[in-house]
Design a protein around this ligand. Structure first.
Ligand code: CU
Length: 115
């Protein structure tokens, strides 16, 4: 688990007043609040610069859906996570990513619905 070290680094850089160059999430597939007629094969998160995805949690009705992060994946602006077949319902995606450029961690949450 490298995340605590990364978080510590981010805090230190913030405290020292380092420039804010961290990545921003530009778009996702499925899009936030999308209503889908079938289970998507994968999730894709696209950022404005290279990141390393640190965490991705998929939940529905407070139940965790197991997903696999490729810890050895190359740093990239777009990250794709394959999904198991999902039943109809509302899903929440909770993610965090390390910005390669400045070492800062960014995070967010969005939802989509499978009809
Ligand atoms: Cu930053």
């Amino acid at each position: 688990m490298k995340s605590p070290a990364f978080l510590g680094l981010c805090g230190a850089l913030l405290a020292s007043g380092a420039a804010f160059g961290h990545a921003k999430l530009l778009s996702t597939v499925p899009a936030a609040e999308a209503h889908l007629s079938k289970s998507p094969a994968a999730l894709t998160l696209t950022f404005d610069e290279k990141v390393r995805l640190a965490m991705l949690q998929l939940t529905t009705a407070d139940r965790k859906i197991p997903v696999t992060l490729d810890r050895g994946a190359a740093e990239a602006a777009a990250v794709t996570i394959p999904l198991p077949v999902l039943a109809p319902g509302r899903y929440e995606v909770r993610w965090s990513a390390l910005t390669v450029d400045d070492g800062h961690v960014v995070k967010g949450t969005y939802s989509f619905v499978i009809l």
